[in-house]
Design a protein around this ligand. Sequence first.
Ligand code: SAH
Length: 223
Amino acid sequence: MRIDIITCLPRLLESPFSDSILKRAQQKGLATVVVHDLRDHAPNKHRTTDDYAFGGGAGMVMMIEPIDNCISQLKGERTYDEIIYMSPDGDMFAQAVANALSLKENLILLCGHYKGVDERVREHLITREISIGNYVLSGGELAAAVVADAVIRLIPGVLSDETSALTDSFQDGLIAPPVYTRPAEYKGWKVPEVLLSGHEAKIAQWKYEKSLERTQKRRPDLL
Ligand code: SAH
């Protein structure tokens, strides 16, 4: 899978993809993340990508031309399954959306900044809009990193244990059970006995019961 992220602040996206799971996914050739600096696609030598809003009002608006130039260039190179604008009023991001996107081959994530992008970008240049929650960020970069992370970790082979992503919260409609590691006792606080028993079936049953219990308690809406 390839994810192209378009931003006017590429530095904000340097670290999320250069460590741990997302870094390894790229090293293994399972995912490619390419960050594009919108200023490279600005039509003038000042590399301007934003301007005042028509009709007045506070805040700058991202211009359509650099965005169109960048998207057109990318579309000339390959076919994109989705061109997604990160937007607080877009479709709500959730595990099911991540699952669906992880099956795609090429995605573009467009990050807004300031007051957002010229409305004509949303009308003519993108295929969908995604929000990561009902709050407003200063830019789409962190939202794009969230989406890319959630999607890339689902690609087979990215997580070392093949079943790992399947046992995470939300995948089977349940919240993940609690997890423990050594020491088996700390300050008198003990790990549940069954987990130390080595009895696979009993452990699986315990995990399922805890998942159910936790979901009932914390997220009854999922049941
Ligand atoms: N004026 C806009 C907010 C702009 S915030 C409004 O009121 O709706 C600047 C940029 O941050 C947006 O263009 C978008 O790309 C990104 N952004 C902010 N909140 C977001 C969220 N919850 N999910 C996804 N992207 C978001």
